[in-house]
Design a protein around this ligand. Sequence first.
Ligand code: HEC
Length: 134
Amino acid sequence: MQDLRTTKYPRMNRIIILLLVVFTTVLSSCYYDAADLLYPSAGTCDTATNVSYNQTIVPLFQQQCYSCHNNTSTGGGVLMGSYTNDKTIAVNGKLYGSVTHASGYSAMPKGMAKLNNCQLSAIKKWIDAGAPNN
Ligand code: HEC
């Protein structure tokens, strides 16, 4: 009795392994994008060169802000979750004021720990660059 998997479909195993490798690579590369920001203790803070709206800011907002601020649930009337809305609070100063707990602003994320320095410097860098949609 021979093993069908290796005799009748000799290329099947290789194809399956190849698919696994591809999936793992794709998944881990997505995961890696924001790993520094979300878990800074696991590595160094790399906001010196690498800050983009889509790769850095959105994953951070997804984890920390969008649960309360999105297109339907407007925490305190503040909409977030689209580039236009996110840029609005970046430009009017409310984003940085609230995440740095500056006086005159409601401290964000509300009821949760203040963002870490790596996250704050990423946000500052994005704002200073003019809040680009990159
Ligand atoms: C648990 C829900 C919740 C989370 C999480 C949250 N917010 Fe808020 N946010 C609110 C509420 C509610 C208000 C209205 C003001 C208040 O109640 O303090 C508000 C107000 C604001 C304001 C207006 C502040 C002002 O002084 O005008 C900004 C800007 C803001 N949030 C940004 C953020 C950002 C950025 C994050 C993520 C880092 C965040 N929020 C996370 C609930 C939340």
